[in-house]
Design a protein around this ligand. Sequence first.
Ligand code: CO8
Length: 264
Amino acid sequence: MTATDTDTEAQVLVEHTGDGTAIVRINRPEARNALSMSLRHELADAFHALAGDDTVKAVVLTGSDRDFAAGADIRSMMGVGAVEMYQRHTERLWAAIGDFPRPVIAAIRGNALGGGLELAMNADIIIAGESANLGQPEVRLGIMPGAGGTQRLIRAVGKFQAMRLCLTGETITAAEALTWGLVSSVVPDDEVLTEATRMAKKIAHLPTVAVEHIKEALLLGEDAPLSTALALERKSLQVLFSSEDKEEGMAAFVERRRPEFHGR
Ligand code: CO8
């Protein structure tokens, strides 16, 4: 089922806020926003639709005030074997978020555990409320993170903190996550969505082609050898010299006026 903002049964609600942004809200409160397969399909559908909508320049991904997401749905994994897990191809569902071409800001209140934290790590910026509780508790269930939790975490925070989280299943606070570099900023709980939306709107008003190239260079470059990543960065910059918004941005600076960007 494709999520819409009028479908009260939807587990994923999409709100177009205007100003070039959208809010994607995980809505399964009875199970602490646990990521069932149907929910993950809805989430992927929502991001595919938003990717095809050029008017949406930045997306805020959030949950409830109690839970961003408490992980993969544990009930849906009981009695399931390796071949069925393989055939679920959940990596294709995550790719809709990880490969989203424009910035995604995760706004976390409460629990972001297991697959919930993995989901947040698919975003580009993470705003956490003071009460956020983050961790990779899979080991306590006899499994392990399997949607990027070992790999994205070690890249974000380094070996020793990633090992601590994944091997003990302990959770950390928002303040601790900030010192680790696992979140971008921490704000009072009731300001999380406001802050994430403010940031999304700010990005939405910046030159889209530049924003997309910056995101692409950062993400692709992270996994490439430095010389390749530096070449990618240079080439991306060179491409931006063909954009109308580059001429407008520089002209506006010199003429001491506000720029008018058109995303071209
Ligand atoms: N899956 C299914 N149901 C859940 C989940 C979950 N992850 N988390 C909570 N629920 C359900 C509970 O079963 C309960 O349902 P019911 O009322 O029917 O018994 C309801 O939500 C409320 O939960 P609690 O009563 O436990 O609420 P508490 O306030 O006591 O605790 C917590 C909240 C801390 C969030 C707690 O529920 C908890 O620890 N949840 C599990 C966290 C966890 O272990 N997450 C990791 C799951 S495994 C995972 O994510 C693997 C990813 C691997 C890759 C996935 C890609 C394929």
